[in-house]
Design a protein around this ligand. Sequence first.
Ligand SMILES: Nc1nc2c(ncn2[C@@H]2O[C@H](COP(=O)(O)OP(=O)(O)OP(=O)(O)O)[C@@H](O)[C@H]2O)c(=O)[nH]1
Ligand SMILES: [Mg+2]
Length: 294
Amino acid sequence: MAFKSGFIAIIGAPNVGKSTLLNHILGQKIAITSPKPQTTRNKIVGILNKPSCQLVFWDTPGIHLAKTPFGRRMVEIALSTLKEVDVILLVVDTSPSTGSKSEWIIKTLRNIKTPVIMAINKIDLVSKETLLPLIDYYHTIYDFEAIIPISALLKDGIDLVVDEIIKRLPEGLPYFPKDIATDQWERFLVAEIIRERIFHHVYQEVPYSTAVTIEEFKEEEKRNFISIHATIYVERDSQKGIIIGQGGKMLKVIGEEARKAIESILGARVFLGLWVRVQKDWRKDEKALRRFGY
Ligand SMILES: Nc1nc2c(ncn2[C@@H]2O[C@H](COP(=O)(O)OP(=O)(O)OP(=O)(O)O)[C@@H](O)[C@H]2O)c(=O)[nH]1
Ligand SMILES: [Mg+2]
């Protein structure tokens, strides 16, 4: 049988579990996740290598009616993938509040010829009685190739999703070397892990006002040791105070959790130095956006 390869965009409303799904499809953490919407800000590449095919996934920022230029930029990133892929995987969850957001996204798919597979995620949270009408309903509003109920968290239904994607992949050679799971720089991954810990520990506007840059990433191969210095940027002095916390407590928690996660992903001992700086209203500053990689 000929080798198959192709690109798959994972799209959907914020917080439906796109990044969790990607990580569990790959069996390793590539994309950060959090209980807060709009965690993902970039197009994240995740590569699944099988003996007879290569699936290149793009995890994308949640599509929403963005009110700010920064939010609109994230939505544009997500929508821009639609025309460049072989298969679209639209993820929705079972909560009524994401239903209407997802319908809005489905409308944007009307003019697209690419096959669309729907995954209804978080089925661990609902009964069959709720789920079945939902599946029927989605079948009536769009011609999905397949609608697959899954629980990304419990790894339920994930193989079915992968099988349905593979069926629709074109024949072709692999796009990436067969031994890598992402093309992300280690530096980017480290910055994302720090951002993830911030999303888990601070509230309201603060996580959204945060960007992370890596100032130093020094490997000492002999000692299997990496020294990392990172800067956490916030938009206001008050936010700096929140990230640092009383007596530095918050920053310590963020730093320790991030260091452990980085050590386990990179398989080395890590020193992680964190610095917090204010870059006033960086989300409205084109130059700062570019510098932070957005
Ligand atoms: N109960 C349940 N929770 C889930 C499931 N999948 C993901 N979650 C949770 O949903 C939240 C959002 O998950 P993410 O993977 O960050 O969602 P996302 O769609 O990537 O979100 P954005 O990047 O913000 O668009 C996290 O708290 C996950 O743990 C699932 O199958 N069941
Ligand atoms: Mg995400």
